[in-house]
Write a protein that binds this ligand. Structure first.
Ligand SMILES: *Cc1c(COP(=O)(O)O)cnc(C)c1O
Length: 333
């Protein structure tokens, strides 16, 4: 078989899996009693909120940094790695780099709250404050790469990153070989693309359902348009699903196009209800992006009766004030 243009294959995912043993948590897949009863199905939760950085992004970041060290020698990353992200990707790069003894600089705009910056510093990275927008922070990343020889670790659009996230798909089928369907939050597409590539290679009958924000859903709009498009960013309880896919996307647009079977949007009210249900019924405090599978099941009355279904609980990066906002919205709805 020829190598697909996006570069993500079962072989690349198994390489990631071997590379991640002992480096990240092999998270549990637990059966939810409450959700199984509610939807008259076998509902399982894949607990990526248990990764020590708080989200699955530790997989891709760790795989990429380790691979670069293996390919180019221990000094290859002596000048450090960098990215611009306030959220789970910044935390993942900070922790992965510090675990692997590589310096990391995370560039943040001056508008990012201090508590988020401190959380990244606590994971062992240097935080650099630049400008008043995410774009200006990215400008500094580009400068660090061009002028100081640092290495960019992108949040999703790279075969190493998507293959790292794809190890979740391999684990799902190890724990539930007859899985009928998986619900995955969709933003840049590293998570869904990686998981989908694993499932389609090992068990093609497993249906891959993507869920994005109802507004600012860059990947879905790009798929509709047949090419990457820009969308306006909107504030959301599922903030980890915001942001574009890059007009020069080279990996995840083609990958998601190939492996996603169907797609639903999740409204703010449905995300709010799902976050509250995750705490009330599962005793888990999770971020909005990690609750969109449940949100879509509820909002669109998706029929999963009698099926074995997995929801990817992708991360726990939620401030208590944000959870309070979700709770108020769920109540008023
Ligand atoms: C990044 C992220 C996603 C989406 O992953 P993509 O690879 O960008 O599609 C979903 N949930 C959480 C918690 C995330 O941090």
């Amino acid at each position: 078989m020829t190598q697909p243009s996006h570069g993500v294959t079962l072989a690349s995912i198994y390489r990631a899996r071997a590379n991640l043993v002992g480096q990240v948590v092999r998270t549990p897949l637990i059966r939810s009693q409450a959700l199984s009863r509610r939807f008259d199905a076998e509902v399982f939760l894949k607990l990526e909120n248990h990764q020590p950085s708080g989200a699955f992004k530790l997989r891709g970041a760790t795989h990429m940094i380790r691979t670069l060290i293996q390919q180019h020698g221990p000094d290859a990353l002596a000048r450090g790695v960098t990215t611009a992200s306030t959220g789970n990707h910044g935390r993942a790069v900070a922790l992965a780099a510090s675990n692997l003894g590589v310096p990391a600089v995370i560039c943040l705009s001056r508008l990012v709250p201090d508590n988020k910056a401190r959380a990244i510093e606590a994971l062992g990275a240097e935080v650099r404050r630049v400008g008043n927008s995410q774009d200006e922070a990215f400008g500094e990343v580009a400068r660090l790469v061009d002028e100081q020889g640092m290495t960019l670790i992108p949040p999703f659009d790279d075969p190493l990153i998507a293959s790292g996230q794809g190890t979740i798909g391999v684990e799902l089928l190890e724990d539930q070989p007859e899985l009928d369907r998986v619900f995955v939050g969709l933003s840049g597409g590293g998570l869904l693309g990686g998981i989908g590539a694993a499932l389609k290679a090992i068990r093609p009958a497993t249906r891959v359902t993507g869920i994005s924000l109802a507004q600012g859903d860059a990947m879905w709009q790009s798929l509709q348009a047949g090419r990457p498009v820009e969308v306006d960013e909107v504030e959301s309880l599922g903030d980890s699903l915001g942001g574009g896919i890059g007009l020069d996307n080279r990996c995840t647009f083609a990958l998601v196009n190939e492996v996603m079977d169907d797609h639903y949007p999740a409204s703010e009210a449905a995300i709010a209800r799902a976050m509250v249900a995750m705490l009330a019924d599962e005793k888990m405090l999770v971020e909005g992006a990690a609750a969109v599978g449940l949100a879509a099941l509820d909002e669109h009355a998706i029929d999963i009766r009698g099926q074995r279904v997995a929801l990817i609980v992708s991360g726990n990066g939620v401030a208590l004030e944000t959870f309070d906002r979700a709770r108020a919205l769920a109540k008023s709805d």
